[in-house]
Design a binder for this molecule. Structure first.
Ligand code: MN
Length: 756
């Protein structure tokens, strides 16, 4: 390495700004390059003939396709493409990137299709051109501030780029457009300058491409704040003129010191960008004189160790300013920047900043991610692998994720994974009809969009328009789609199927909550009905119809007693057996309403013409069925003549008539009386257990046996229960059948008729 090799070049650059590459001023003060200039750069690192041929094929292609088209600045359109390729080549981009750089406007501006690109230049190149075309079509810079914030804009851009190469070409494209921006109308100049400052310069910064970043910033500042810009340039030039001699003296001194130690190095000077001075003056409020690092010396050496050695030498010979030393080698900046910074007082009393770094660190400082991205001949170049490596290295993603820092605690690799997924894969950006940007995960549907707008919009969605076409709700949205949701007040709302349609967890959550609420409403209705039925049945058995039941229980007294507020609440409580209908009856002291059914039945039984029993050749007797043994058809019966000449009918084995002699007469059942059932008192003996009564009633119910009374008597001494029932059966056969059923039930060991 030769001492002070770059000195001459840098001294020329000291007569400032804005462009360091300027040698022949033509358009807007810039050099117009030729394809040969581009070749000169990439020939240094692309040697494969096939690769070189492909780049020239792209050049010949766009030369023909864009022929006769001129830019607003008056130059042929081809010039723009050459310049973009030139910038990419100076970042040492690979052959595919250079092809895509030349082709970046050909699909948008000519009749060429993506398929043409694919056929002629390959899939990889076509994908890059496709992404660039889509970004171009969004016409982001034409949207107003209300439509979306710069942050959204950066996200959309990165979301669409999906590939570092797309970002680099887009930055190169914007850089050349900004270099020639003065050919445009003032309002267009401002729109582009604003967008450049808010969107592209921050991206260049985060990618660490200082070269591009600082030029983009300076060019934009000149448009946005011309007075301040020119004020700073004037002061800079004046200061530099005053300091050049001191600077050169310092350089010489430092060079002498390092040479003595046999350390290889280069030394150059660097001027702070106008924009960074502007920020210090107008945003942080410093006076120009307070900015003493506008001029810096940069020492580039071979190894990290050399850097620290040189630092030691400088600190030994010059007085460092306390608090100005920064070790970015040990603690790199998020955009991978590494360097040692210190400020020293030169012999003349001027303060200079000195930056010390290796050659590799210097490349990263100037071209950031592009330094890693740099095309390396013969290194089994794989775009995928390359991009993966870059993303691994890029801490700048962290900056973007400050907005949703929930993933902060995750381990670094997981973090990077979710991050690159978020930025490069996961997101689609769609627009409301008013142009607001909504970002959604990849694979999202109009329903996700609807829920992102508002829960209500989601819940009442009935259809969706995408780009003015009616589409099914499960359509997958693409970036750039304009989405409109059709809602209806009478919409049935979400259903289970929607859970399969949505992608976002927030939409899933909303739908689940909606369905849960709907289900609990259904369940509630069911409970009310069940409670009502239970009460109805219970009261019906006691001789009350539904209206009577309702008027009995629907009182403030009842509700207050059970601490309920509505009748529905009472039904729900009854459905849960708390309280039971019996408890309510007890509380209200409701007695059996005897005016109904039983009386009707008795009447049927005891009126003469309907009497089920006859006595041979006899009339005029008042016949009654014995209450003691409740005879039914099929029983052997006998009549007992009472003292008042009435006849009571008993079962023949009824103990009440067993020992009676005389006064007994034969009686016969009448048939076809149309009486379907007769009351029978029975007792069921069982071991005591839970749910016994419920099981018995259930057995009656399923066998269509009417039961009008059921009472249980628990015998604590032997843990048994006697259940007394009055049931209605048509005859002895049916009764036997009921007995068989009861005897088949768990824990029931005896069933018999009761004789009172
Ligand atoms: Mn372009």
């Amino acid at each position: 390495m030769e001492e002070i090799k770059r000195d001459g070049v840098q001294q020329e650059a000291l007569t400032i700004v804005p462009n360091k590459e300027t040698t022949v001023l033509q358009n807007g003060g810039y050099v117009m390059h030729t394809i040969e200039d581009v070749q000169e750069i990439y020939f240094a690192y692309i040697h494969d003939t096939k690769d070189r041929d492909l780049i020239m094929k792209a050049y010949e292609f766009v030369k023909q396709k864009h022929a006769g088209i001129f830019r607003k600045s008056g130059e042929p359109y081809l010039q723009h493409l050459i310049e973009v390729a030139y910038i990419c080549a100076s970042l040492q981009s690979g052959p595919v990137t250079l092809c895509a750089a030349l082709l970046h406007d050909v699909v948008e501006d000519t009749d060429t299709t993506i398929d043409d690109i694919k056929r002629l230049f390959g899939d990889d190149c076509a994908r890059i051109v496709d992404a660039l075309t889509k970004i171009q079509r969004l016409k982001l810079s034409k949207r107003t501030e209300e439509e979306f914030a710069a942050e959204d804009h950066r996200k959309i851009f990165l979301g669409m780029a999906k590939d570092v190469r797309v970002i680099i070409i887009k930055l190169a494209d914007r850089l050349h457009n900004m270099r020639t921006v003065k050919a445009l109308k003032p309002e267009r100049q401002h729109a582009l300058a604003k967008e450049t400052l808010e969107v592209f310069a921050p991206i260049a910064h985060r990618l660490g491409i200082y070269k591009v970043e600082s030029e983009l910033e300076d060019l934009s500042l000149e448009i946005e704040k011309p007075e301040e810009f020119h004020h700073i340039v004037e002061q800079l030039n004046e200061k530099i003129a005053n300091r050049t001699k001191a600077l050169n003296n310092l350089k010489k001194k430092i060079a002498d010191i390092i040479i003595e130690q046999n350390i290889k190095f280069e030394i150059e000077s660097r001027i702070k960008s106008v924009y960074s001075i502007y920020k210090k003056m107008f945003i942080k409020g410093h006076a120009f004189d307070e900015i003493y690092d506008f001029l810096a010396l940069r020492i580039i050496t071979e190894t990290e160790l050399n850097c620290y050695e040189i630092l030691g030498l400088i600190h030994a010979h010059f007085k460092p300013i306390p608090g100005r030393f920064k070790d970015y080698i040990a603690m790199p900046k998020p955009n991978m920047y590494q360097s040692l910074h210190t400020s020293i007082i030169a012999g003349d009393g001027n303060i200079f900043e000195v930056q010390i770094r290796t050659k590799e660190m210097d490349e990263i400082a100037e071209t950031g991610v592009a330094a890693h991205w740099r095309y390396k001949e013969g290194s089994h170049y794989s775009p995928k692998q390359e991009q993966h490596e870059i993303e691994e290295k890029l801490h700048w993603f962290r900056d973007f994720l400050d907005i949703n820092n929930s993933s902060r605690d995750k381990s670094a690799s997981e973090y990077m994974e979710s991050l690159s997924k978020d930025i490069f894969e996961a997101n689609v950006y769609v627009f409301t009809p008013k142009g607001k940007v909504i970002d959604l995960p990849n694979g999202s549907t109009p329903l996700d969009f609807a829920y992102k707008i508002h829960t209500k919009v989601g819940d009442t969605a009935v259809g969706a328009m995408v780009n003015n076409t009616l589409v099914p709700l499960n359509t997958i949205l693409k970036t750039g789609d304009i989405v409109e949701i059709k809602t209806s007040k009478t919409a049935p709302g979400p259903n289970e199927n929607w859970l399969n349609i949505v992608k976002t967890s927030s939409a899933k959550g909303h739908i689940k909550r909606f369905l849960q609420k709907k289900n609990s409403d259904l369940v509630k209705e069911e409970k009310i009905n069940r409670g009502k039925t239970i009460l109805n049945d219970f009261f019906k058995d006691r001789g009350y119809d539904e209206n009577q039941m309702l008027s009995l229980i629907n009182t403030d007294k009842v509700l207050k007693n059970y601490q309920l507020s509505t009748l529905d609440d009472l039904f729900i409580a009854v459905a849960a057996h708390n309280p039971t209908p019996a408890q309510i009856c007890d509380f209200l002291k409701i007695k059996r309403n005897d005016t109904n059914e039983l009386k009707i039945f008795k009447k049927e039984n005891f009126e003469d013409d309907n009497c089920p029993v006859t006595i041979d050749n006899q009339t005029g007797f008042k016949i009654t069925l014995g209450n003691c043994c409740t005879p039914i058809p099929g029983d052997n019966i006998i009549g007992y003549v009472t003292k008042g000449n009435g006849v009571t009918v008993h079962r023949i084995n009824c103990p009440n008539v067993a020992n009676v002699k005389g006064r007994l007469i034969d009686v016969h059942r009448k048939t076809n009386l149309g009486i379907k059932s007769y009351p029978v008192d029975i007792v069921i003996e069982s071991r005591d257990r839970n749910n016994l009564l419920a099981d018995i009633l259930n057995a009656f119910n399923t066998n269509k046996v009417k039961c009008t009374e059921i009472n249980a008597k628990i015998h604590q001494e032997n843990m048994t229960t006697s259940v007394y029932c009055q049931i209605y059966v048509s005859d002895a056969n049916v009764l036997q059948h009921v007995f068989d059923i009861l005897k088949g039930m768990k824990d029931i060991y005896e069933v018999k008729r009761v004789i009172h």
